[in-house]
Structures are given as C-alpha cells and as structure tokens.
Design a binder for this molecule. Sequence first.
Ligand code: MN
Length: 199
Amino acid sequence: MLKDLPELNYTFDALEPYIDAQTMEIHYTKHHKTYLDKLIMAVSGTSLENMELEDILMSPGAIDETIKTAVLNNGGGVFNHNFFWKIMGPPNSNAPEGGILEKINETFGSFQAFKEEFNKSALSLFGSGWTWLVQGKDGKVMIMNTQNQVTPISEGYRPILALDIWEHAYYLKYQNRRADYISNWWNVVNWKNVSQMLA
Ligand code: MN
C-alpha cells in the first residue's frame, strides 16, 4: 500500500479561477493527507498492511469488523482523491473525443445532455459525497452518487469521472453556491485522462 500522497501533475494554483489555490492546498495537504494517515493507522499490524488499496476496497466484505469502518472511510477517501486529482488539470477548452465521447453520446444522447444529467445528480446529493460516471462489468456507463467516501469499486463499478461534493472541496471560494462550483468544475476536467479510465 502506498504510504505517501500521489504526486500532483499540476500546481495548487493551476485550476484557478475555477478552483482556487488555497482550496487545492488544504484539500490535498490536509484533507487527503488525513485520510491517508488514518488509513495507515487502521491497517498497521494487520493482514491488510501489504495489500493494494484497490484490492481491499473491492472486497469490503473481507475486512475485519473491528477496522472495517475506519478502512472503508479512510481508504475510500484516499482512493477517491487519488482519482479526483488525476481527472483534473489546467483549464482549457478541451472536450471529450474518441471512445469516451462515443460512450457518452450513445448513453446520454449528447455531451450537453450528459453534463445536465451529471449536474442534476450532483445537485441532488444531500450532505457529503461524490458524483461519478462509472462503467459496469457489461461495459455500459452510468452516473451515480455515493455518500461520504463510499467508492464505486466497492460496488463493482469502474470510475471514469468523479466530482467531490464535500463542502471542503469548494466552500472557501463558493460558500453555499454548490451549483456554481459544479458548473465551473467542467472547465478543469482533463478529458484526455478521463478517456484513459475506460476499460
Ligand atoms: Mn475531498
């Protein structure tokens, strides 16, 4: 299991003005780091210590009850943030193309319709959690929400795109304006990396 935060492929201010540098820095160095520290604490001295995080999260039923909640909350937090950093990047006018665009078009009708459905799902999430585009074992993609740090891989889905809807992801800049955060976030999606998540 990785004992360090993954390297960010961009600087904290690279997602400005849509996601501010201070939010990025606190999100990565404090929130993400805390999940990692607590995960390491929870698995230390157990049989999970030398397992890959993904393998642990894919079989939640196999985790010992005494550490299960801590492992799923913090392990999910680590996995979800590792993923989130990867599918973002400096704002550009980059849009989905190739296989990912075909998948979106055949499932939702158009990129615009997909965005609308994704935004609606994100806005409907009560409390803290994530909105995802995931791929099932049958290859089909769908939008889903997960609560808190639940991760789609624990439910048999492969994450393709993710949006962190916890207040810590946007509150400094957007306060209660979650809808603005959601609509602005599309500007920092790195579609090249997203397309590589497809099976
Ligand atoms: Mn977060």
